[in-house]
Ligand binder design. Structure first.
Ligand SMILES: Cc1ncc(C[n+]2csc(CCOP(=O)(O)OP(=O)(O)O)c2C)c(N)n1
Length: 662
């Protein structure tokens, strides 16, 4: 049977369908999402929630002329399907397929790229201001989730909108979930807006607008009915937090006012985000508004797929799953633990012995592994929302009072808190511990999520101790060691499964700034190569050493452990002793670990050639696997061996090509 989806390839087709046909199309898109992502994984729940919303947007507005700015933009799959990328959609987040986020280079319908949360309102306001300056009349529509309202930048934008433009359409996509359950006062406040009829704002002029539409009265009645029904539905399935509701007293903390209206935006809603006719009418109304407006839309994360409704956190961003049951594919027996779980479980053990330790996450309890602490010791656990800057300064504050906070934040998301690291933590030399997961590639996500810059952005700051474990056992040692320091301490480790080594019962206190010699020269008269493999690339260093040894080289392998303070003595010693030094790092070469070694060698007059293996000075795209990208960019045993040989005047056919990119 033919599907409407087969006939739709651009927004112009959406505009031609009747309402019942659009509703059919919504169901077909849901099926496409559920079936497609079962194979590749991806952000299923968020996208199932915005099917009608996205259809309504494309029905009413005209991209690329009109602008849709999506916060985080993990919920743009439906938008991608409707804007010419339907055929490529099955390869989303895979090599050569569409990126999982909005990407300006991918389509003219993606007017603004993202991947990190909280940027959409500011970017959309910038576009609206530019439009006003140019005197053009395109619509700018910003779609942001309830969790975007845990992020400070969103308020910085809201503070400016009313004073900057008269035409701005915000759509608050409220499903009450961040990745985990949304947290904090704003979440309770949104709950109040929804559950208290006092706030319901299907205002008089909107009602008049609906009445003027053909069959307007009917639409209005339907709107109310649908809304009531939806409110009932969400209460029934217990999606809303209860308790903590306070009486209205006028303003502020006990607020009875609508925050958006106080900030100069008109507020409309809440409306049922799965009611297409109502969504369409509301957006048509918004298009006519000569005042900034926010439409509060209620959606259900995972709608249409039972498992995703039941387990919103798992299906926020999922790996492949069984389409019928929603079960994840079973891990192979003997698969090593995930780094994030090692970190989370270790923190629980450390907290049990040390009362000064607490864990802080910026809305990522599962991804960082802090969910283990949340479960075991909830009074030592803080989820501050998508608020990395706040998380870091909050940690600094606790540290001034004798606590030893552990901030678990992905490497790429920590970038946002750079000034806080500098101004609040390092300048005051406070003992905050940073556990930076996803330091390295996040292959499916791509450049917004690759954590390839932290060595460079941290090593220039005084007081910093920065480490990278070669395996999960060393991660535990480093966490233990960090709890003994009175300085800002950073530990970077990669995404995903660890190396599979046993973890000692008792962690070892590491000497700060001391490298580990894994394999020394055997002084057998052969050509000497010293390989310094940082973090997970120590494995690569060991493998390259084995191959080089088999080909007539005398190899030493060193685990640097610290990028700051660098073990100057060990680096200098092997720098002098070797004929070629190799540094390997899962980080950009520019400003990274290899650069640190070069600086040291320059200072100490070590003139031995240094081959640096790492990521080039460009943003690395997404791909199906990390290995593919490593092969493409030369972070491989073959390229390492070839580059070493090239230093000795031996050329290998593939060397030249790989050197260009590595
Ligand atoms: C700066 C930053 N921190 C953390 C994240 C991880 N993250 C991705 S989506 C998300 C939750 C988004 O929730 P919401 O905006 O309400 O959208 P929903 O998925 O519920 O539709 C988080 C925390 C991020 N993308 N950026």
């Amino acid at each position: 049977m033919s599907r409407y989806l087969d006939m739709v390839d651009g927004p112009e087709h959406v505009k031609k369908l009747t309402l019942p046909q659009l509703q059919e199309l919504a169901a077909e898109i849901r099926q496409e999402l559920i079936a497609g992502l079962a194979k590749s994984g991806g952000h299923l729940g968020p996208n199932l929630g915005v099917v009608e919303l996205t259809l309504a947007l494309h029905r009413v507005f005209n991209t690329p002329r009109d602008k849709f700015v999506w916060d985080v933009s993990h919920q743009v799959y439906v938008h991608k399907i409707l804007t010419g990328r339907k055929n490529r959609f099955p390869a989303i987040r895979q090599t050569g397929g569409p990126n999982g986020f909005a990407l300006r280079t991918e389509s003219e319908h993606d007017c603004y790229g993202a991947g990190h949360a909280g940027t959409a309102l500011s970017a959309a306001l910038g576009m609206a201001a530019a439009r006003d300056k140019k005197g053009t009349d395109e619509n700018v529509v910003c779609i942001f989730g309830d969790a975007a309202l845990t992020n400070g930048i969103s308020y910085e934008a809201l503070n400016n909108i009313g004073h900057t433009t008269k035409r701005f359409i915000g759509i608050l996509n409220d499903n009450e979930w961040s990745i985990a359950k949304n947290v904090g006062a704003i979440s309770s406040y949104l709950n109040k807006l929804i559950t208290n009829p006092h706030y319901n704002k299907l205002s008089r002029d909107f009602q008049n607008f609906l009445r003027r539409l053909p069959k307007g009265e009917l639409a209005l009645k339907l709107a109310h009915k649908a809304e009531e029904g939806f409110k009932g539905a969400i209460t029934d399935v217990g999606l809303r937090q209860t308790g903590s509701q306070v009486d209205a007293d006028g303003r502020g903390g006990y607020g009875s006012s609508i925050i958006f209206e106080e900030m100069g935006l008109r507020y409309l809603g809440p409306i049922n985000g799965h009611d297409l006719p109502l969504l369409i009418s509301t957006m048509e109304f918004a298009r006519t508004c000569d005042h900034p407006i926010v439409i509060h839309v209620l959606t259900q994360k995972g709608k249409g797929f039972e498992a995703a409704i039941k387990f919103p956190e798992k299906f926020h961003g999922t790996g492949p799953y069984d389409m019928k049951t929603g079960d994840s594919l079973p891990a192979k027996v003997g698969t090593p633990p995930m780094y994030q779980d090692v970190m989370g479980q270790t923190l629980v053990k450390l907290c049990q012995k040390n009362n000064t330790l607490v864990g802080i996450t910026a809305a990522m309890p599962s991804g960082t592994g802090l969910k283990h602490l949340e479960k075991a010791m909830p009074d030592r656990y803080y989820d501050v929302g998508i608020a990395e800057e706040h998380a870091v300064i909050f940690a600094a504050g606790m540290a001034t009072m004798g606590f030893h906070p552990v901030c678990a934040i992905y490497s790429s998301f920590l970038q946002r808190a750079y000034d806080c690291i500098h101004h609040d933590v390092c300048l005051q030399n406070l003992p905050v511990i940073f556990c930076m997961d996803r330091a390295g590639l996040s292959a499916n996500d791509g450049p917004t999520h690759h954590g390839l810059f932290d060595i460079a952005y941290l090593r220039c700051l005084p007081n910093v101790i920065a480490m990278a474990p070669k395996d999960e056992d060393e991660l535990v040692d480093m966490m233990f060691t960090a709890t003994h320091q009175n300085h800002p301490t950073f530990i970077r480790y990669p995404r995903g499964v660890a190396e599979g080594v046993p973890i000692k019962d008792q962690p070892e206190l590491l000497e700060i700034g001391k490298a580990e010699i894994i394999r020394n020269f055997s002084s057998n008269g052969k050509r000497k190569v010293a390989l310094f493999g940082l973090g997970p690339l120590n494995t690569l260093a060991r493998q390259a050493a084995e191959q080089l040894a088999a080909e007539g080289f005398d190899c030493a392998v060193i685990n640097p452990r610290f990028t700051k303070p660098l073990d100057a003595g060990t680096h200098e010693f092997f720098g002098h002793a070797a004929e070629v030094v190799v540094t390997l790092e899962d980080h950009v070469l520019m400003g990274g670990y290899g650069s640190t070694v070069l600086e040291l060698f320059s200072e100490k007059n070590v003139t031995t050639p240094v081959v640096r293996i790492g990521w080039p000075d460009q943003f690395i795209e997404h791909a199906t696997t990390q290995d593919e990208l490593r092969r493409k960019y030369g972070l491989t045993v073959e390229n390492t061996v070839a580059k070493v040989k090239a230093q000795f005047g031996e050329t290998v056919a593939t060397t030249a090509k790989l050197i260009e990119v590595a």
